[in-house]
Design a protein around this ligand. Structure first.
Ligand code: FAD
Length: 442
């Protein structure tokens, strides 16, 4: 096993705590995250490489990617381990959560779209409860807004009936019909030609406050956050057993700001790299097992006007085969409205500029349920990209629905692979972290 280049890794791991604009470069309300690495500050900076008791590797767990899922997994594993320095969280940027985790709708989903046997359903349902509970116990800003799904024609009405039946008879999630009379009293601006199905357990969350809270839990458990640490290669090591990974894993990490490379070792790796997860996968497996990632961009448009006023999240009925949930109306915690995301297949994970040519289509979609929209007020806001394993639908009953992939990879020791972690990944994050712990330790 190659000896780790300790001095240079220390440098990468101890990059000065940055204060950076962390998300949505075009949003009016930019939030600044200050990321603290506690190790340099708690009087114990030289113990970054304290060896774990069970092996010679530098770390017990190396989690790749500090988005919301990587943060959730890292804090879960660090707390389970109980020994400071057991878990390193590697992030290529100079702040946590700057990719998909800060470019989504910030909706706590009810888990009603994805079919009875899918991981998306089970992890969203469990994750929702864990998330509401964590929000309450740690004061993370959130609100149970509820959500309406609106049907404008008979086909959409049938889709709502299917969701209603699925929720009540299969997954036991509360939903209720809202009569059109009641709807006009509660949300006079919202139009539904045929029917409205309400999901009262849907809500919204401040995803940045949530990620900072996860980071706090991680660091309290003695975890090591390594910013500016882009994983370049991942090599499974074999010792007395021929199984790749049985003697741990070697990761080459590059600091993008200096070009400096370092090598670390870990007993286990968790690939939680979001849009980079297939690249990590392909670093490990033979070429004939390589995967391809498809990028489904979602454009958002903000609506700063005060009228029409809406207090509930509004979604169109889901369409089978659609790559998302349809252009919906979401609110932030200040009550501001935004519309999105649509589905635009793009070739690059860096294609994050809002595509304003999509505006007319967005207006047409939104006006179906919000006819008094003042379309002159819509402004390009931000875009996020869904990391998909296929150009397939986001909801069950569609063409080629692809579930979350969360598994211990066959033929290797100590590798948990997380792929296709699109929506509802934010809602599911705490349940995903529990699943990863169970895959490693039961
Ligand atoms: C448009 C849109 C709307 C959505 N809306 C919702 C919603 O309302 N509710 C919901 O529950 N979910 C929603 N989601 C899904 C949710 O945002 C994601 O599932 C979740 O953010 C995924 O988190 P992650 O940690 O897996 O990925 P990411 O946030 O992408 O984090 C991965 C991290 O890995 C890092 N990384 C990548 N490669 C490397 C490497 N080689 N070395 C080191 N680091 C690396 C990246 O820099 C990144 O920080 C939405 C997604 C999109 C795109």
């Amino acid at each position: 096993m190659k000896a780790p280049a300790r001095a240079s890794v220390y440098h990468a791991l101890c990059a000065p705590s940055p204060t950076v604009r962390s998300h949505r470069p075009s949003a009016a309300t930019a939030v600044f995250l200050t990321v603290h690495s506690k190790f340099p500050q708690n009087g114990n900076p030289r113990r970054l490489f304290s060896h774990t008791p069970r092996a010679q590797a530098d770390f017990t767990h190396a989690v790749i990617g500090a988005g919301v899922v990587g943060l959730a997994v890292a804090q879960e594993l660090a707390r389970r381990s109980g020994s400071p320095g057991s878990t390193v969280l590697l992030e290529r940027h100079n702040a946590i959560g700057t990719e998909t985790s800060s470019r989504n709708s910030e909706v706590i989903h009810a888990g009603i779209y994805y079919g009875a046997s899918s991981l998306k359903t089970s992890l969203c349902l469990h994750g929702k409860h864990l998330l509401y509970s964590l929000c309450s116990s740690r004061g993370i800003p959130h609100r149970r807004t509820g959500k309406w799904i609106v049907a404008q024609n008979d086909i959409q009405l049938a889709a709502l009936e299917q969701i209603h039946s699925f929720c009540t008879s299969e997954i036991n999630v509360p939903v209720n019909w809202v009569s059109l009379d009641e709807a006009s009293r509660r949300e006079p601006a919202v139009h539904a030609e045929k029917a409205i199905l309400e999901s009262p357990t849907t809500g919204i969350i401040d995803s940045h406050a949530y990620m900072l809270s996860l980071l706090g839990l991680f660091e309290e458990a003695g975890g090591t956050l390594a910013l500016n640490s882009a994983v370049q290669s991942v090599t499974p090591l074999s010792g007395s057993s021929p199984v790749p990974g049985s003697a741990g894993w070697e990761l080459v990490v590059r600091d993008p700001s200096t070009g400096e490379e370092s090598t670390i070792t870990a007993e286990t790796i968790i690939n939680s790299a979001g849009l980079g997860a297939v690249d990590i996968h392909n670093m490990i497996v033979p070429k004939d097992q390589h995967k391809k990632m498809y990028y489904a961009k979602g454009n958002y448009f903000s609506y700063p006007a005060s009228q029409p006023k809406v207090n509930t999240l509004i979604y169109p009925a889901p369409e089978p085969g659609h790559g998302g949930l349809g252009t919906h109306l979401t609110l932030d915690l200040a009550g501001r409205i935004k519309f999105g995301p649509d589905v635009e297949w793009v070739d690059s994970p860096d294609d994050l500029a809002v595509n304003t040519t999509r505006l007319p289509q967005t207006i047409a979609e939104v006006k179906k349920y919000l006819p008094t929209l003042d379309e002159t007020q819509l402004q390009p806001d931000y875009a996020g990209i869904r990391p998909k394993l296929a150009k397939a639908g986001a909801v069950a009953h569609g063409k080629g629905f692809v579930d979350f992939v969360i598994r211990k990879e066959d033929g290797y020791e100590g590798w948990i692979n997380l792929l296709n972690i699109e929506s509802p990944g934010l809602t599911s994050s705490l349940a995903i972290s529990e699943k990863v712990r169970q895959l490693l330790y039961t």
